[in-house]
Design a binder for this molecule. Sequence first.
Ligand code: SF4
Length: 97
Amino acid sequence: MCQNKTGPSGKTEKLRVCRKCLLYAENREAFFQRLEAYIANLSEEDRAGQTVYEARLAQCAACRHLTADGMCRLCGCYVELRAALRVRRCPDVVRRW
Ligand code: SF4
């Protein structure tokens, strides 16, 4: 989705708008509740074990790539979701998990 916006130079610029980000901006609390519900409803087949999940999150919590919103700067994922998925791995060149 694109929108036009006047930039600092006075020229009209096309902006790409992320629908997910707009939903997030509209209702941040509801967004995180949906994310938590999604994680809670993962099937056992898809879900990482609790010990693995907690160990992964401990690595993320100490990582310089973690943003204040809980996203990984390298992959753009919310780390609580990424860490909950059994098949996912840390995207860093030297994987932390
Ligand atoms: S997924 Fe890997 S690179 Fe990203 S925040 Fe977690 S430990 Fe850091």
